[in-house]
Design a protein around this ligand. Structure first.
Ligand SMILES: [Zn+2]
Length: 111
């Protein structure tokens, strides 16, 4: 029982001082870290769970800016807002007075 120590193979790449990074490995490590971080923040309540939203879409209808041009309508107290003249937005049930503001409005700016 004299031998046993002496020939461990711990000197692998002793002269290779330039470390070789395994890109894939480190990328997945980074990814993992990011996910952990996100998890932690979510637990801490820093980040609300991301809301899944629809992608922006093109309008699938034509914006009618002209059909009422030059027409005269009678507006009474009981006329529904949609027919009050101006441009009606059925999303927020409001009327915008002119076409520029209306386009701004349906494109997302608050008017
Ligand atoms: Zn609106």
């Amino acid at each position: 029982m004299a031998s046993g120590s002496g020939s461990s193979s711990k000197n692998e790449n002793k002269n290779d001082f330039r470390r070789k990074w395994d890109k894939d490995e480190y990328e997945s490590l980074a990814q993992q870290r990011l996910e952990e971080e996100r998890d932690r923040e979510r637990r801490d309540g820093k980040l609300p769970t991301p809301v899944k939203r629809d992608m922006l879409r093109h309008r699938d209808y034509k914006v009618d800016l002209e059909s009422k041009l030059g027409k005269t309508i009678v507006i009474t107290k009981t006329t529904p807002q949609a027919e009050m003249g101006g441009y009606y937005c059925n999303v927020c049930d409001c009327v915008v007075k002119d076409s520029i503001n209306f386009l701004d409005h349906i494109n997302g700016k608050k008017t």
